[in-house]
Design a protein around this ligand. Structure first.
Ligand code: 5GP
Ligand code: MN
Length: 321
């Protein structure tokens, strides 16, 4: 059974602690990993390694970002290892070996589809962000401005700036409490969430132009194949925000963004507005996530993938009627 006092006690007795987020890290992943890094290094004497596959330039102002390790060398086992914001063990990517070898491992997460893959697991599906879960675990007296800034960023990103349906009164209260540590809300929101590079805007425009509406305008789909990715030299964060804009189309219930990772292998991102459980759909195909935001991988032509997904959406909508 997860016990927060035992967890901090274990950290206080550890010599080496490892922290890792998920593959294709997003704002909550980076903010939560660095928030925990700052919290532990600020209050405990252990050595801490923090692993994140890649770090977007936008996130480099966060304290601790300069310490992020983007390679995954073979390390001697950690006394304590934290898997952060990972809905399943595969999401840990190359950091999985650290979890397996660690003396004590913790999974701190908020994905309802998480099976609980670590030694100790704290999964809070009601929390809007893993950063919110971490705030609740922390001693408010021990939170510094640097830690608060990271956690605030995590919440801002996973709530789409407090607008997604996962935003609760508690989420707002945690965000409010974090502001009291001196976080610049405007800087975090403008510079890490809304600001886009020219390339990101071009891709957004292209995805909107080439999107297709189906199922009577209830589903919108856009696909970025390998040719387009090569043409623009895209990295994974270049399509951030595209799916949110697709979902804002009037009348749409489900938005789908497809990215071709390998020939005929598609990374699927799904968002819904009010009724469709996209986590249930993605879980059927080995992925997962949240009820209103989830992802998975699918093989085949773009048409195969669209058919597979719309069939599932149709089945759910039929049940909901
Ligand atoms: P995104 O579409 O932004 O990649 O992911 C939406 C949400 O679903 C995120 O919370 C993400 O962590 C989760 N998610 C995306 N892909 C997968 C997957 O393949 N497996 C699991 N378990 N969760 C995923
Ligand atoms: Mn998250």
């Amino acid at each position: 059974m997860f016990d927060k006092e035992v967890m901090w006690q274990t950290v206080s007795e550890a010599a080496r602690v490892g922290i890792a987020g998920h593959i294709r890290p997003d704002g909550d992943c980076v903010g939560s990993c660095l928030g925990l890094y700052n919290y532990i290094t600020g209050n405990y004497s252990c050595e801490v390694d923090v692993f994140i596959e890649e770090l977007e330039e936008d996130f480099s102002f966060m304290r601790g970002s300069e310490k992020v390790i983007t390679t995954f060398p073979d390390e001697k086992p950690y006394d304590v290892f934290f898997a952060i914001d990972c809905g399943d063990i595969e999401r840990l990517g190359k950091a999985e070996k650290y979890l397996k070898k660690a003396v004590v491992s913790y999974c701190i997460d908020h994905h309802g589809t998480n099976p609980g893959f670590a030694g100790e697991n704290l999964i809070v599906p009601e929390a809007a962000a893993t950063a919110e879960v971490l705030f609740d675990l922390a001693d408010p007296e021990k939170i510094t401005k640097n830690c608060a800034e990271c956690l605030y960023l995590g919440i801002v990103h996973d709530t789409g700036v407090f607008k997604h349906s996962n935003t609760t009164r508690h989420t707002m209260e945690v965000a409010g409490a974090l502001l009291e540590y001196g976080v610049s809300s405007q800087k975090v929101i403008d510079e890490t969430f809304y600001e886009k590079t020219y390339l990101q805007n071009q891709i957004l425009g292209r995805c909107l132009m080439e999107s297709i509406l189906c199922m009577d305008g209830k589903v919108i789909i856009s696909a970025v194949d390998r040719k387009i990715q090569a043409l623009y030299g895209l990295v994974s964060s270049d399509t951030d925000g595209v799916i949110d804009q697709l979902r804002e189309t009037k009348g749409v219930e489900v938005a789908i963004l497809l990215k071709e990772m390998n020939p005929r292998v598609w990374r699927v991102s799904m968002r819904s507005r009010y009724t469709v459980d996209v986590a249930a759909i993605c879980s059927k195909f080995g992925g997962g996530g949240h009820v209103r935001a989830a992802g998975c991988m699918l093989n085949g032509s773009v048409h195969d993938v669209i058919n597979t997904l719309t069939r599932e959406i149709e089945a759910q909508m039929g049940q909901n009627e």
